[in-house]
Design a binder for this molecule. Structure first.
Ligand code: SF4
Ligand code: SF4
Length: 394
């Protein structure tokens, strides 16, 4: 697409990147077929092609209105469009650039600003979020959490770091403990670094991009001593949403002279859990229940990892239930389900219908956000896939 970027952005790193991305888009519209918001709303401005056009106009200096912001807010950043695009358009990078400009030029109404400020304040603070969740559980508004079980001693020479994250220790403490047990049986000790907090995705995707980058730098600082001393061979992500972000650290901090190199090193060491669990090390001693796997967008589109978890579940004896439209988002998308509840709930209803059609006993997923979002309306338990592998080995 021919572009003539406006002066305010033309000579910046963001401007050059946006222009290169925009030039790749040939406006063919193939991506609309796999865009969840276009499927629900049927408006071209709620499709990747329409949003790319809106961002192009914004960067060319056109007026930015509340409607421009609305169409960008409705995007789940699921990146299904990137998987579909035959021209290799990096929509995710473009929408980050477009959103930063739109946020600055079209101020939000006060209530919207307050809601977002509260989320940006509370979610990345583990103890505050945990306390709020404990109150919600005491009032019966949230299901009780599953006990974590024992975390094995760090006894192996092979060690990997694992991210605790911000909301996962409160919502699903059994996930990292199960990962530690499965890897311990395979001769790898999983350790958490003291002081490691949120990966930055929450505040970055709430369009507080500078605050999100601060979280990323703080996490790098917490991990760096162990990485620098060569004490860990990988950094393992048990939430695919965090993994998709940490793998992008090299890109997201490329303009920061103090952190660019460290960020690239951290990104290169980062692996989703399904990349480090060896299917050969999982033996199926008996056949197990029927499971439907919900592949999070951050796993299949963000990290381009498809089929690995399914292979591990089969290796552990589970039978996979067929799932239609497995490429579509469940509507969770970080804080999206809280900010756009009607679209998120519609997408969840469609996703659950597809997941439950094959009669599974449970649903497996790879991301705490999807797990919590699906669980509130699912007819069967929703678990992280590593908990099912752990249960099969116990
Ligand atoms: S993003 Fe890709 S698939 Fe979508 S209109 Fe542009 S070139 Fe076509
Ligand atoms: S990221 Fe997802 S919701 Fe956003 S335009 Fe692409 S396919 Fe549509």
């Amino acid at each position: 697409m021919q572009t003539r970027l406006a002066e305010f952005i033309r000579d910046s790193a963001e401007g050059r990147e946006a222009e290169a991305i925009l030039r790749k888009c040939v406006h063919c519209g193939f991506c609309t077929a796999t865009c969840p918001t276009y499927q629900v709303l049927g408006d071209d401005l709620d499709s990747p092609r329409g949003r790319i056009y809106l961002i192009k106009r914004v960067l060319e200096g056109a007026e930015v209105t509340g409607r421009t912001r609305l169409h960008l807010d409705r995007c789940l950043t699921c990146r299904a469009c990137e998987t579909t695009c035959p021209s290799g358009v990096r929509y995710g990078h473009l929408v980050d650039i477009g959103r930063a400009v739109v946020e600055a030029r079209a101020p939000r109404p006060a209530l919207d600003r307050l809601r977002r400020a509260l989320l940006a304040f509370a979610i990345p603070r583990r103890s505050l979020f945990g306390a709020a969740l404990a109150v919600a559980r005491a009032l019966g508004l949230q299901p009780r959490r599953r006990p974590a079980g024992a975390w094995p001693q760090a006894r192996h020479a092979r060690r990997m770091l694992v991210l605790a994250g911000c909301v996962q220790p409160s919502l699903g403490p059994s996930i990292n403990a199960a990962a530690a047990r499965v890897l311990d049986r395979a001769g790898v000790s999983l350790i958490e670094a003291p002081g490691a907090g949120c990966c930055g995705a929450v505040r970055f995707h709430l369009n507080r991009q500078d605050d999100g980058r601060d979280d990323m730098r703080a996490l790098i600082d917490a991990w760096w001593p162990l990485v620098e001393r060569g004490e860990v061979e990988a950094i393992v992500m048990t939430a695919s949403g965090c993994g998709a972000t940490v793998k992008e650290y090299g890109h997201l901090l490329a303009s920061d002279p103090r952190y660019a190199e460290k960020a690239a090193r951290i990104a290169s060491l980062t692996k989703d859990l399904c990349e480090v669990v060896d299917p050969e090390a999982i033996s199926a001693t008996r056949s197990r229940e029927r499971v439907a796997f919900q592949s999070p967008c951050s796993l299949q589109h963000g990290q381009q990892l498809r089929g690995k978890v399914e292979g591990l579940l089969v290796a552990a004896g589970y039978t996979l239930a067929p799932v239609d439209d497995a490429h579509l988002c469940c509507g969770s998308a970080g804080t999206y389900s809280l900010l756009n509840p009607s679209l998120a709930n519609e997408l969840r209803a469609r996703k659950l219908a597809a997941l439950q059609a094959g009669g599974p006993r449970s649903i497996a997923t790879a991301n705490i956000g999807c797990l919590s979002h699906l669980q509130t309306a699912a007819a069967v338990p929703v678990r992280h896939w590593i908990e099912l592998i752990d249960a099969a080995q116990a």
